[in-house]
Design a protein around this ligand. Structure first.
Ligand SMILES: [Zn+2]
Ligand SMILES: [Zn+2]
Length: 280
């Protein structure tokens, strides 16, 4: 795990305007930029936390991961350039401040300013908890972990954007489409009874790459209910997620593992699924 030090008040601006980077994460779920990384430590997949060294809000401001380790380009004095993808960036002034970090995530010299440095992976859970606790997202969707709290492995699979977290858009979407998964038909209420009522993820169908500045959400046309399994599979393809039709096609084309035989029951269930879902 690496702490990326950045002084918003002076020096280089890797974000090309921090405010617009914050907006892009909110809209698209991620923001990718070039970053000078310490050689050898920053392999692809390494988790990073953005640390603001600015006067007013010294503290943790964002979370992400290294997506491409330092290029083949010769390393400069401070390290080599690589790419970092942020999945959570807070506006300036909303950072987790120094005293809170010192109190809750001890054992790290938070006050020391460095361009970037390694911090123990053991600090991860405490940082995530703190991030979730201090999140100012109004009425955050309790079904989905706040950004930055996914375990690293899940980050690539279940990126949610702000449309999927918008509680009122969610209500409109579920009011229209119901709460069964639009791909596999799974209903949490049917499977788990009352505790499963209204439990389902909401997925935004419009790929991040097609979200222009003037985009306005249509909760009925652009959002669909998906169970967490199908939702994770949808986001398995980057940058454009699989469409529900593609997921249904994948499901009907799959159904057996090489070297295994299906039981009569499994075959019936599969045929039923094809019939119910109208898949080819
Ligand atoms: Zn499903
Ligand atoms: Zn989604």
């Amino acid at each position: 795990m690496i702490l990326l030090g950045w002084n918003p008040d002076r020096g280089a601006d890797p974000f090309g305007g921090y405010r617009s980077a914050v907006d892009e994460v909110a809209a698209a779920g991620l923001f990718r930029c070039r970053w000078v990384l310490p050689p050898r430590q920053a392999t692809a997949g390494t988790e990073v936390w953005l640390f603001s060294q600015g006067g007013g809000d010294r503290g943790v401001l964002g979370h992400g991961r290294v997506v491409s380790s330092p290029d083949a380009q010769p390393a400069g004095p401070g390290g080599s350039p690589g790419f970092v993808e942020f999945d959570a960036l807070r506006p300036r002034g909303d950072s987790i401040l120094l005293d809170l970090l010192t109190l809750r995530v001890p054992g790290i010299a938070w006050g020391v300013n460095r361009p970037s440095r390694r911090i123990p992976a053991a600090a991860g859970p405490a940082l995530r908890t703190l991030w979730a606790e201090t999140s100012t997202l109004e009425e955050a969707d309790p079904l989905l972990p706040p950004p930055g709290t996914f375990p690293p492995g899940a980050l690539a699979q279940a990126r949610v954007n702000r449309y999927e977290r918008d509680p009122s858009a969610r209500r409109v979407c579920l009011g229209h489409h119901g709460t069964s998964c639009a791909v596999c038909g799974f209903s949490f209420e049917e499977a788990f009874g009352p505790p499963g009522r209204d439990f389902v993820h909401v997925h935004h169908l419009v790929p991040a790459t097609r979200l222009g500045a003037g985009y306005e959400l249509d909760p009925i046309a652009d959002l669909i209910p998906l169970c967490p399994n199908c939702h994770s599979m949808a986001h398995r393809r980057l940058p454009d997620p699989y469409s529900p039709a593609e997921l249904r096609a994948l499901r009907s084309a799959a159904g057996f593992l090489p070297g295994t035989a299906l039981s009569a029951e499994q075959l019936t269930a599969q045929a039923d699924a094809v019939r119910i879902l109208g898949a080819r």
